[in-house]
Design a protein around this ligand. Sequence first.
Ligand SMILES: Cc1cc2nc3c(=O)[nH]c(=O)nc-3n(C[C@H](O)[C@H](O)[C@H](O)COP(=O)(O)OP(=O)(O)OC[C@H]3O[C@@H](n4cnc5c(N)ncnc54)[C@H](O)[C@@H]3O)c2cc1C
Length: 328
Amino acid sequence: MPLIDELRKAIAPEMREGVPLAPFTTFRIGGPAEYYFEAKTDEEAVRAIAACRDLGLPYHVLGGGSNLLVSDDGIRGLTIRMVNSSVSVDGPVVTAGAGTPSGRLARETAEAGLSGLEWMIGLPGTVGGAIRGNAGMFGSEVKDSLESVSVLTPGGEARIMENRDCLFGYRDSAFKRLPGTVILSAKFRLTIGEAEACRKKMRGFLEKKTTAQPVSGLTAGCAFKNWLPKNEGEIVIVREGLGLAPEEAVPRTPTGAVPTGWIIDRAQLKGMRIGGGFVSEKHGNFIVNDGTGTASDVIALTAAVRMRVRDMTHGIILLEDEIEYVGF
Ligand SMILES: Cc1cc2nc3c(=O)[nH]c(=O)nc-3n(C[C@H](O)[C@H](O)[C@H](O)COP(=O)(O)OP(=O)(O)OC[C@H]3O[C@@H](n4cnc5c(N)ncnc54)[C@H](O)[C@@H]3O)c2cc1C
């Protein structure tokens, strides 16, 4: 029996073959998924993983596609897009399906008068993707309000991971080191407050976000993580390399990191272009597709930015990817 028929039999008749992935990414870039399935429920995700295990087929999980670059050649095996979207409120505890858009979670918790996730209103993508990357904005991160996560291991075991088990760090979590583990849903513990106050916070966050970032462009958010200097000596070398005037201060985030958007700006790389990819003029850490870009353009551009920054800072700043590269 052809593999697609075996998959349809084992998972669901809606299983598709050769589906272009670009429309499911915010970059609007990427070749086809060999096989493609949208998991609307946890049970469908469980069936999909079991079928892949039985058939020896690799799989990859997709959320909102807002933090990744899919190869021009696409992804081999089964791409499972998580669309299990649900929000349920029980006192200060909120349970959300992994496929819930982060913005929906922000809105629904705010309307319930629960405070803590208002910042998520401006976050593209889904709850599952946000947990994997410990997404954050304006001083808040997923880890601050997450209680536990319900996951499925590649071996088919259902498991609850408490916040401390998730090993959250800056745009990092245990899930980055647990390939094949699928986040099914998550519980958040929020603070009981007033819906109007939550709405006001959300409006403020949205305004700040749209002013500072090219949110309407075809992009996957920040291309690189912020740079954390090891000591003041590194700052001295970087100042010299970037040619800063003596009176110009190096900005630092509350954790002591230097914003990469600022570094790229000072390295005069804003507007740099390769093919259909360019560095945003609005925010130096955003790489944008002009509509004609390919994954190869984005790869070449990120490599060029990384090398230029490394060379200008005498090898001190080695920019680390924040975007995931899939299918390469
Ligand atoms: C305009 C713009 C602004 C952004 N601003 C920010 C920001 O301020 N802060 C920030 O942190 N990020 C930001 N991002 C990046 C991105 O929106 C977040 O990282 C988002 O949380 C990713 O979620 P996603 O569902 O789109 O993940 P995807 O891009 O679909 O996937 C990312 C990774 O997570 C994995 N994954 C997704 N769902 C699951 C699941 N259920 N189980 C297991 N693994 C899963 C995927 O396999 C992939 O490896 C921005 C992006 C854009 C386009």
